[in-house]
Design a protein around this ligand. Structure first.
Ligand code: NI
Length: 332
């Protein structure tokens, strides 16, 4: 029998060893691959988590951007508003400056005219209302004047009173009230003498005496307006006025209240008197020594205001419609 030579490992063993080695390598390879797969999976999971995180951050940023855009819009619209306001203020400033310059020019003109003796009053009255009426009361003050002043005050209406000097002496409190409550006081002579029927000296004395009585009773009003009794004047009377820097104020609408003594008739004389009815720039004549006149005048004032008229003093009316009063001038 032939004996096997035991010179090295047998073929079977080698094959077995090779098989074992191959199996081990294969297993190791699988193991490694599995390990790597797991690792890759973990990585993938981490990456997808990161992606979700990033997407969230992107959303956050996008909403931040929207918010910022909204803020920018708000700021821009605020800017536009402010710029609009700035423009409006600029325009207003310009128009105020223009107005100021106009006033300055008017003032300069007035000063010049006053210096030259053309104009008596130097007051500036602002812009003329659309429709104006001056209501005037002659022959007072009297027993009804106090109530009239109360009612005028309640309506915030200014009137002009052509008072008699002797009545000013009798009612100094009323003269003071007229002066302090914004009414105007004119001179209707001392005692209602018809000035055209006396000499120039007598007429001058009469008016000066009345002027002094008004000055003392009112506490310092130096009347520049003369309303001659009955409206009777002459060149002589005009000359007296010129010499004393006075002007003659008549009327454009005579209510004939002293004659009718009837409230309805007085009211109708103002509003339903054909071509003589009240209009813009009218000077109304009433007498505050009659109760009917005082009552009617209040109804007249209420109706005038309802019709859009502004009640003004004679000075205001002359300022707007005649550029002031001239010494010796006659206005109606
Ligand atoms: Ni009179």
């Amino acid at each position: 029998m032939k004996k096997k030579v035991k010179g090295g490992p047998s073929t079977e063993l080698i094959i077995l060893i090779i098989l074992c080695v191959t199996t081990i390598i294969g297993a190791a390879g699988w193991g490694l691959a599995a390990y790597r797969l797991k690792d890759a999976n973990e990585q993938l999971e981490q990456n997808s988590n990161l992606m979700v995180q990033l997407q969230e951050e992107i959303l956050d940023l996008e909403s931040n951007i929207t918010e910022l855009e909204e803020r920018v819009n708000t700021v821009e619209s605020e800017k536009a508003t402010i710029e609009g306001e700035r423009e409006a203020l600029k325009t207003e400033k310009e128009s105020l400056e223009t107005e100021l310059n106009n006033v300055k020019t008017q003032l300069e003109d007035l000063k010049k005219q006053i210096d030259e003796g053309q104009i008596l009053s130097s007051t500036y009255y602002g812009t003329r209302p659309d429709k104006i009426v001056a209501i005037t009361f002659d022959d007072g003050p009297g027993p009804y004047t106090e109530r009239l002043l109360d009612e005028l005050g309640a309506r915030d209406v200014d009137a002009t009173f052509f008072v008699l000097g002797n009545r000013a002496e009798r009612y100094p409190e009323l003269l003071k009230r007229m002066a302090s409550e914004g009414h105007e006081i004119g001179n209707h002579s001392y005692d209602h003498t018809t000035l055209t029927k006396i000499t120039k000296e007598e007429a001058t004395d009469n008016l000066l005496k009345s002027l002094e009585a008004i000055y003392n009773a009112s506490g310092g009003i130096r009347s520049e307006f003369i309303r001659p009794p009955g409206g009777h004047y002459s060149e002589t009377i005009q000359n007296i006025c010129k010499e004393n820097n006075w002007s003659i104020i008549l009327w454009s609408l005579d209510t004939r209240d002293w004659e009718s003594r009837d409230e309805t008739a007085i009211f109708e004389a103002v509003f339903n008197n054909g071509g003589y009815s009240v209009k813009d720039g009218s000077i109304l004549l009433l007498h505050d020594i009659y109760e009917t006149s005082v009552n009617a005048s209040l109804e007249i004032i209420d109706r005038l205001e309802a019709e859009g008229y502004t009640l003004v003093t004679v000075s205001e009316l002359l300022y707007w419609d005649y550029g002031g009063a001239e010494a010796g001038g006659v206005y109606n």
